[in-house]
Write a protein of this length. Structure first.
Length: 218
């Protein structure tokens, strides 16, 4: 039996207070109701907006990784794990956040994709600051602007993302994804995912080629 998602504030959805005017308008949840690798590619150039803590920050997504379901041995939702307290949010509705802790230090932000109960998601690995850079600098003091959102742990910290946003619907404040620019295929690089040992050669990492905010180029 899967755990009750309402068991604690940290594992339950955030009851967001909508801004008087949500701008830019969010992508609908249906955008994420597709295979993770398609969503990961199409999230490049999209805007990630955070109003966490009353600080408005906007960034352009430049790097993602897809974790495509139970057959993906690198995924938290791989068949050998099943559904657990840690990965339960990954089996939630498309377009919701899956936030987890790595190394006991860094929060990572993912967007759930595909059918509810399937267990797939896209990790947001890096982004380019667009608005609210002073708030990002305050959350990551002493870092060059290029590094504020470079890497998934840094991205989450700069935007104020933590466990309180696990299961949050990513089409509502205080954290949402909005349409941005269209990145043509000629500007997109594809390669193996980073920091994994299983299915390490699967080409499921997508990034904007030549963008200095990407965490790694190979």
């Amino acid at each position: 039996m899967s755990p009750d998602p309402r068991a604690s504030a940290a594992s339950g959805p955030v009851r967001a207070r909508r801004s008087p005017h949500v701008e830019p308008a969010p992508l609908p949840a249906s955008f994420c109701d597709r295979p993770a690798e398609i969503v990961a590619r199409e999230l490049l150039g999209a805007l990630l907006v955070s109003e966490v803590g009353g600080e408005r920050c906007v960034c352009e997504i430049v790097e993602t990784e897809a974790y495509i379901g139970p057959e993906d041995e690198a995924s938290h939702a791989a068949a050998r794990f099943g559904r657990t307290a840690r990965n339960d949010a990954m089996f939630g509705p498309a377009g919701t956040a899956y936030v987890y802790l790595i190394y006991g230090v860094h929060w990572c932000l993912n967007v759930v994709t595909g059918a509810e109960g399937f267990g797939a998601a896209v990790l947001l690995r890096a982004a380019r600051p667009v608005e609210g850079i002073e708030a990002m600098r305050a959350r990551r003091p002493g870092r060059p602007d290029r590094d504020l959102l470079r890497g998934p742990g840094n991205l989450a910290r700069a935007l104020g993302v933590d466990a309180a946003l696990n299961r949050h619907p990513m089409d509502a404040p205080p954290l949402w994804i909005a349409p941005g620019r269209t990145v043509p295929d000629a500007e997109v690089a594809v390669g193996p995912r980073i920091g994994i040992t299983r299915a390490a050669d699967w080409p499921l990492r997508f990034w904007v080629a030549g963008d200095p905010h990407v965490s790694k180029t190979r």
